[in-house]
Design a protein around this ligand. Structure first.
Ligand code: GLN
Length: 274
């Protein structure tokens, strides 16, 4: 079959933009350049792969899982159904955290823990930005850690991979602890495409969506270096409840909250550096 024929095939099931995107990825050709390749003959294994992808997309699978990859902070990560699809908001978490790291810490060999690392996007990106950091990627899911391990390898970074439930029973101390934990309430309405495809372990956190923050903050004192920064992504309605939790579990710290690009409360930073 030719590219032209594959376009016609795809359009029977999908919007044309999705068709062009699949083909440009499959053939590694810029979308605008596809029209110069309409008569190219495509290898049978690529035709099979494409038809499978068309089928999965038409059944409602997210494009990120169908392609198996995503760009995060300018780096290419692999993902699959065992990890959450990284969001723009989480790029914001990394960006804001990075600003505070530069503001508060003079040394460049910080010890960093990324809790509930999933695909590893947060911790691996920080390691890419600061090669001297010692970064621990921690997750309770073996399947997620397989993805994170692959990403560390592809992006050529040396990080520690630990299978653990946040920091429970870990004694090591850190300068920076960062997390985008599950924070959706048990009965919260979320989009079907999310609910039907992404791992519930990575999405849901009890009746009020706070279970993971409690788990993280409860004994976090034991894991903090003298100067520390904790960076958390939060649900847009959770700010006040999380501030309460912080005041319950940590004393004499400064709490900074920030909004995401849609102006929703999304990030909470806890520090004693000021
Ligand atoms: N830390 C990962 C991310 O931000 C996974 C988050 C999660 O599974 N809740 O993409």
């Amino acid at each position: 079959m030719t590219v032209d024929e594959l376009i016609c095939y795809g359009k029977k099931y999908l919007h044309k933009d999705q068709v062009y995107l699949l083909l440009s990825e499959l053939l590694d050709i810029n979308i605008l350049n596809l029209y110069n390749h309409l008569d190219d003959i495509i290898a049978p294994e690529n035709i099979n792969k494409y038809k499978k992808q068309v089928q999965l997309l038409s059944m409602g699978k997210p494009i990120q899982y169908v392609l198996g990859k995503i760009n995060f902070y300018g780096f290419n990560f692999q993902i699959n159904e065992n990890v959450l699809i990284p969001r723009f908001e989480t790029e914001g978490l990394v960006e804001e955290t990075n600003k505070l790291i530069k503001k508060y810490f003079k040394k460049d060999n910080l010890k960093v823990a990324d809790l509930g690392t999933g695909s590893g996007v947060i911790g691996i990106t920080l390691k890419k930005l600061h090669p001297n950091f010692e970064v621990d990627l921690i997750d309770i899911s073996k399947d997620a850690l397989n993805v994170a391990t692959k990403n560390a390898k592809i992006l050529n970074v040396d990080v520690n991979i630990l299978e653990n439930d946040f920091l429970t029973s870990i004694d090591k101390t850190y300068d920076v602890i960062i997390s985008n934990p599950p924070y959706i309430k048990e009965n919260e309405q979320i989009e079907d495409i999310v609910k039907n495809n992404e791992p519930h372990l990575a999405l849901y956190a009890g009746v009020d969506g706070l279970d993971c923050y409690i788990k993280i903050l409860k004994d976090i004192k034991k894991n903090l270096n003298k100067k520390y920064l904790i960076a958390l992504e939060i649900g847009m309605t959770q700010k006040e409840q999380i501030i309460k939790l912080i005041n319950k579990y940590l004393d004499s710290c400064q709490i900074i909250t920030k909004k995401d690009l849609s102006l929703k409360d999304r990030y909470v930073f806890i520090t004693n550096c000021e």
